[in-house]
Design a protein around this ligand. Structure first.
Ligand code: FMN
Length: 331
């Protein structure tokens, strides 16, 4: 067993925090236990209870952070040899979710290099002759995805994604919560640290003002006039994707485990030279989840966890990460 020092844990956390989290809320904390083992800790005060009422996406986010830690360890020739998951974590502000035992001697993980490059791409995609080969590489490297490439099916899914998103956006509480995580002005003290800022959302200053109004006081009127759907639409972006990738996992799997695979899929997408954005509302809305399942012919043993739009970005992706400082992540 390898014991971690406080300095090493800081280095590891600096990399593990690059994992994705729902709305970039970053619920994961880390602790060095008295016996030198690291523990993954849930900051129970960090939640998005309207968008994620069951805590499913928070647990997926913890799983992604856990995989981030595994990759950070791997870069140093270390690995997680045991994960002791707490059955009933205490619901204090900082609840230990699992304790990790670290060992030495890991083969280098091919995805470790993609960690600093991966990011959510919320712009449009440009078709490229290399898409075919890139998607073939992706499908060959993973057995838990369905890759939809048919243009008509992609166009249908783009329309469904808008409908699914609108079904949530129509709830005032959902809009209110989303706005608390949106950092629409660079003057927001948390602009570079958490939540979704203008840059991450691929919005300019004018679009950001528009988003605040559309998701804020103007929504009921715009919806009544039939304008909200068009103003919030991502249809063109989704339709421009080279593929819709369905992320599927065995039914009954702990989302902490699914979250590790969720991150690995996203890193594989990056490794294939592509970019992606999840469309959670498609998976979270039961009617659209069913439609996607039927489109892909998924069996009952499989759960459709999320759907990504995937393709080649229209602009170069300068890696950027808006994350909490390491000091705040170690408790
Ligand atoms: C479980 C989960 C669900 C997500 N759902 C969405 C989504 O529906 N739409 C979206 O634009 N981003 C979604 N994201 C992406 C996060 O917003 C993103 O990972 C986070 O803002 C950090 O930014 P980065 O991916 O660029 O590092 C999701 C991420 C996770 C972990």
């Amino acid at each position: 067993m390898s014991l971690l020092t406080p300095d090493l844990l800081r280095e590891l956390v600096a990399e593990a925090r690059l994992a994705p989290s729902v709305h970039n809320i970053q619920p994961t904390r880390w602790r060095l236990l008295a016996d030198g083992r690291p523990a993954l800790v849930d900051d129970t005060t960090v939640r998005a209870p309207i968008a994620d009422p069951t805590g499913h996406d928070v647990r997926i986010s913890h799983g992604a952070a856990l995989e981030g830690m595994s990759l950070a360890l791997n870069r140093r020739g270390l690995s997680i040899v045991d994960i002791a998951i707490e059955d009933q974590p205490l619901a204090s502000p900082h609840a230990v979710l699992c304790r990790l035992t670290i060992g030495s001697g890991a083969d280098s993980d091919p995805l470790a290099d993609n960690v600093p490059r991966r990011m959510s791409w919320r712009g449009t995609f440009a078709a490229s002759p290399q898409d075919e080969a890139a998607l073939a590489q992706l499908v060959a490297s993973l057995d838990n995805i369905v890759c939809i490439r048919d243009r008509k099916q992609i166009a249908d899914i783009a329309a469904w994604a808008d409908e699914a998103e609108l079904s949530f956006t129509r709830e005032a509480d959902f809009r209110r919560e989303l706005l608390t995580w949106m950092r629409l002005s660079p003057n927001d003290p948390l602009y570079l640290q958490s939540g979704l800022n203008r840059e991450a959302l691929a919005m300019n200053a004018i679009e950001a003002v528009g988003a605040r109004l559309v998701l804020g006081p103007l929504f009921p009127l715009l919806d009544k006039l039939g304008l909200a759907a068009a103003l919030l639409s991502d249809r063109a972006k989704t339709s421009s994707a080279a593929a819709i990738v369905l992320f599927c996992r065995p039914r009954g799997e702990d989302p902490l485990v699914s979250g590790r695979h969720f991150y690995r899929l996203w890193l594989e997408i990056d490794r294939a030279g592509l970019a992606a954005c999840p469309m959670s509302s498609l998976a979270d809305n039961p009617a659209f989840n069913d439609r996607l399942r039927a489109t892909a012919g998924l069996g009952d043993e499989v759960r459709l966890v999320n759907a990504f739009r995937v393709g080649r970005p229209t602009a170069s992706m300068a890696p950027r990460h808006f994350r909490l400082p390491v000091d705040q992540l170690i408790v």
